[in-house]
Design a binder for this molecule. Structure first.
Ligand code: F6P
Length: 533
């Protein structure tokens, strides 16, 4: 960020605050946790274990004001073309709009079309689930295969896994994304063509991975059941009707969405069809309504009480003032194990940018951080060593439901104890003196104490957010995902980048298309020595 008034104030705040330890802030203010915890429809969001005091927080809010965040939020919700490099509105929020209010793009209300496709999804998912829409040989379609990649895969993949408890008993979902033939082969070896519904999901319907996988699956189906079976076993989700028909899928079997829905923001659209079939349309709608609740909150809550705004500003505080360019998302919920991969696309494809909206190259500040994560407690036994004792802190988002879908002895109590312990350990740490005292109390001699006390100490002062959900229902999941979407949007506003394009994926695609005929011996290409070899 250019050194504006708000940035200059934050640089001063950083100097003033740098040495402050969170554990002392908690000791000084017994009300800190309560003060910095917000509630939203079954979610408790505790951001008190972050490196800030009131001065820092106010300076961060000023940064948001300086970037006219409130106006930018309205621009998005009201259909302005904020995806400037592609000249598109950004309206995934309209997909979960149940307010009855119109949403205009170029003066036209997009809601009637959205509602029409929602109804088509409702009807079709019910017909598949109750066996009204059957396979070519009359069998019920119980094996759902989503063929897509990126946003046309990760959303449905993550959400269907997260809502496994809500699946119809006789339905199973499979996902083919990678061009590696293994992805196709592994799924095809597990399914029966007579009972399989292939959903070809591609916004553009030009993505080489998806079209290649879809062709292979089509051939497999035709070999088993003949060409005519395609109409009963293939549907498409896309914005590109022409390409869908050219591929050989009937226009009636296409569920459309529109170019104001970005790929990584598309699970709320027709791209969510596999979700609606697996968990039923009512649960899919509950997911949308959870996201709508997050939308209402983001649009109306003041900055000081706005969860995505706080998530974003604290992220910027670490990214641009502490120079920590990474963060971790750790769901303590086995069903959410794919959430970090989903969020990687959401965050890193949106904000991994280095050109500003005013067309200037960014050289003097950092934009999107790298995100990684995995399910707790598994990852406690892999990368948590680095979180606790690595040379740089990694801010963490912990996510946990208070009540498990699978009450099983003391498992959930132990899980809860662990998430709380990790957040506390990161924040409090353990001084070398405390480590030494523990070693002495365990009867170690002084040489051993000296040798181990640093290794057994923890710097602490490592930040985390805690997202505690009453239960991980479809509504709660929708809300959680939308909160992250709005966090990413807010950061993009402050970094002054276009969070909704993805030009960075193009060069690799271009070169692969050039290299392919060369590998097949049909062309010669000029390459650097390494690639050529
Ligand atoms: O490679 C990037 C990307 O364009 C993503 O943004 C998108 O989600 C994915 O490819 C798949 O695109 P499509 O849905 O058009 O096949």
């Amino acid at each position: 960020m250019a050194v504006s008034n708000a940035v200059a104030a934050l640089l001063n705040e950083y100097q003033r605050f740098a040495e402050t330890e969170m554990k002392n802030l908690f000791a000084q203010d017994p009300a800190r946790a309560e003060k910095y915890t917000l509630s939203l429809e079954g979610l408790t969001f505790d951001y008190s274990k972050n490196r800030f005091d009131e001065g820092v927080l106010q300076a961060l809010f000023n940064l948001a004001r300086e970037h006219h965040l409130a106006e930018r939020i309205e621009d998005m919700f009201s259909g302005k073309k904020i995806n400037v490099t592609e000249n598109r509105a950004v309206l995934h929020t309209a997909l979960r709009n149940f307010s009855g209010q119109p949403v205009l793009v170029d003066g036209e209300d997009v809601m009637p079309e959205i509602i029409r496709v929602r109804n088509k999804m409702k009807e079709f998912s019910a017909a598949v689930r109750n066996g009204l829409f059957r396979g070519a040989t009359g069998k019920k379609l119980t094996q759902i295969v989503n063929i897509g990649i990126g946003g046309s895969d990760l959303g449905p993949y993550m959400v269907t896994a997260a809502l496994k408890k809500y699946w119809a008993e006789d339905i199973s979902c499979h996902f083919i994304s990678n061009i590696d033939g293994t992805a196709c082969a592994e799924v095809l070896s597990r399914i029966n063509p007579e009972e399989t519904l292939f959903i070809v999901a591609s916004k553009t319907f030009t993505t080489i991975e998806t079209l290649t996988n879809a062709r292979t699956c089509r051939e497999w189906l035709i070999n088993a059941l003949g060409e005519k079976a395609v109409a009963n076993h293939f549907v498409a989700l896309s914005t590109n009707a022409k390409a869908v028909v050219e591929f050989g899928i009937d226009a009636n079997n296409m569920f459309e969405f529109w170019d104001f829905v970005g790929g990584r923001y598309s699970l709320w659209s027709a791209i969510g069809l596999s979700i609606a079939i697996a968990v039923g349309y009512d649960n899919f709608e509950a997911l949308l309504k959870g996201a709508e609740a997050a939308d209402r909150h983001f649009r109306t809550a003041p900055l000081e009480k706005n969860i995505p705004v706080l998530m974003a500003l604290l992220g910027i505080w670490y990214n641009d003032f502490y120079n920590i360019h990474r963060y971790a998302v750790i769901p303590y919920d086995q069903y959410l194990k794919f959430l970090p991969s989903y969020l990687q696309q959401l965050d890193m494809e949106s904000n991994g940018k280095s050109v500003r909206l005013d067309n200037r190259k960014i050289t003097d500040y950092a934009t999107g951080p790298a995100l990684f994560g995995g399910a707790g407690t598994d990852v406690q036994h892999s990368f948590f060593q680095l979180l606790h004792q690595g040379t740089e802190p990694v801010p963490v988002d912990f996510i946990i439901p208070a009540v498990s879908h699978n009450e099983c002895g003391k498992h959930h109590q132990i899980l809860l104890a662990n998430v709380l312990a990790q957040a506390e350990a990161l924040m409090k740490g353990k001084t070398p003196d405390e480590a030494a005292a523990e070693l002495r109390a365990a009867g170690k001699d002084e040489a051993t104490v000296e040798k181990l006390k640093l290794n057994k100490s923890f710097d602490g002062n490592r930040p985390s957010n805690m997202f505690l959900f009453d239960k991980m229902t479809p509504f709660a999941l929708g809300m959680l995902i939308a909160l992250y979407e709005h966090k990413v949007f807010t950061q993009g506003v402050i970094w002054e980048i276009d969070s909704f394009d993805q030009w960075g994926v193009e060069l690799g695609k271009q070169l692969a298309l050039k290299i392919l005929p060369e590998l097949e011996g049909q062309a010669n290409g000029e390459h650097d020595g390494s690639t050529g070899a």
